[in-house]
Design a protein around this ligand. Structure first.
Ligand code: HEC
Length: 112
């Protein structure tokens, strides 16, 4: 029994540590240049809300994992997703700029 308790305590400590870590380490979990992303995002946030709210039928794009964000942007670039606005939007970016946008939007939290 004593071992079980020790493990539970260690697990609780680990969870507390992780909860703290996510607040501090947000930017380091992304590969892209967040500052560049924020700059490039000026155009996007005329339609997409930084708050993560859906307004005027424009979907929320905050808080996504970087890879998922980039995969979707690639799908617009390749025409696998057909929305003409987003194809034009995605088409203007190079890979490092997509990474930067992914890092920026990924670091934002949806407000409720
Ligand atoms: C003129 C308005 C407008 C602008 C500007 C715009 N978007 Fe969009 N975006 C949309 C709409 C509308 C959709 C939904 C399109 C669809 O159904 O494929 C969308 C979809 C997306 C999606 C997929 C969302 C999902 O849930 O599948 C991503 C990611 C995205 N946009 C990123 C961006 C980024 C990054 C920028 C800036 C470079 C940007 N958008 C600029 C209107 C816009």
């Amino acid at each position: 029994m004593r071992d079980g308790k020790k493990i539970a305590t260690a697990f609780a400590a680990l969870l507390a540590f992780l909860a703290l870590g996510t607040g501090i380490g947000v930017s380091s979990t992304f590969r892209g240049d967040r500052a560049l992303g924020e700059y490039l995002a000026a155009e996007c946030v005329t339609c997409h809300q930084k708050s993560g709210k859906v307004v005027g039928g424009v979907p929320a794009i905050v808080g996504w994992p970087e890879d998922q964000f980039i995969a979707v942007m690639h799908a617009y670039q390749k025409g696998e997703r057909e929305n003409p606005i987003m194809r034009t939007m995605a088409g203007q970016f190079k890979e490092d700029e997509l990474l930067a946008l992914a890092a920026y939007f990924g670091s934002l939290k949806a407000q409720r």
